[in-house]
Design a binder for this molecule. Structure first.
Ligand code: MG
Length: 255
């Protein structure tokens, strides 16, 4: 009987192993205070020249350079950012814009360019909020020092990029992001944290990092249960940062 129990628990462990492998614990970032200026500055890497990346056939095009039809202000008002010459530009003070559609697990391509003005956190600050909650920072980080967990391609307040692949302000840059949403059980408890991979100008800068919760300014708040799909949001931080060529591919959910 005892042997059978042991055999059964061994079998269960084997069966559970793949499941357990997919439910990593939330890492502790206690070694670094949020926005810690002592955190090492990622080294600069010069990316290769930008090559046009038209959307693949199964992508949902969120911005093709012509209209903001896929976007709205969070108030429900029509998106009122400026559209011209194939790009959209943050209209300072107009507020963030959100996709009308909601997404969970996605591959996202987005191109952006900051103005050549300001410094620190006030140089082209914007951001891509996955599920309206988890920010991949957009900022001019070319010869513009700030706290590493707040520079371009940082998961804001949590993870600096592995390297700094920024182009000079004013030049077009790209993010290719793979996002795996967090999972919650029926009680609202976290069963699987969110994970993010980011390529900045084609260079790997976030390698499947495990988010500690929502990104926040001067805080690392814990997860709060939310829907399986939520809009993607672009931040209005009062600076005329531009976006173009935005598309997503919805990924099959993880089992
Ligand atoms: Mg931002």
């Amino acid at each position: 009987m005892v042997q059978r129990t042991i055999a059964l628990s061994f079998l269960l462990t084997l069966l559970m192993a793949p499941l357990m492998a997919q439910t990593p614990p939330i890492p502790s970032l206690d070694a670094w205070e949020v926005h810690d200026l002592e955190r090492p500055q990622p080294r600069m890497v010069t990316p290769s020249a930008m090559t046009p990346a038209p959307p693949p056939s199964d992508a949902i095009v969120l911005f093709d350079g012509q209209s903001l039809d896929e976007w709205t202000h969070r108030t429900g008002q029509p998106a009122s950012w400026t559209v011209k010459d194939g790009y959209m530009e943050v209209r300072a003070g107009a507020g963030a814009i959100a996709t009308k559609r909601s997404f969970g697990d996605v591959q996202l391509h987005i191109e952006w360019a900051t103005p050549n003005s300001g410094d620190g956190q006030d140089s082209g600050n914007s951001g891509v909020y996955l599920m309206n909650t988890y920010e991949v920072q957009v900022l001019n980080s070319y010869e513009n020092k700030t706290y590493p967990d707040g520079q371009a391609a940082a998961l804001y307040g949590q993870y600096p990029p592995l390297v700094n692949a920024s182009r000079p302000a004013g030049e077009w840059q790209s993010y290719d992001i793979v996002f795996r949403r967090p999972h919650f059980d029926d009680n609202g408890d976290l069963t699987r944290p969110a994970r993010v991979t980011v390529f900045h100008n084609g260079v790997l800068v976030q390698d499947n990092v495990i988010l500690t919760g929502p990104t926040g300014h001067r805080s690392r708040p814990p997860y709060q249960a939310h829907e399986d799909q939520l809009p993607m949001v672009l931040q209005d931080h009062n600076e005329p940062t531009r976006y173009r060529n935005i598309w997503v591919r919805e990924l099959a959910p993880e089992m």
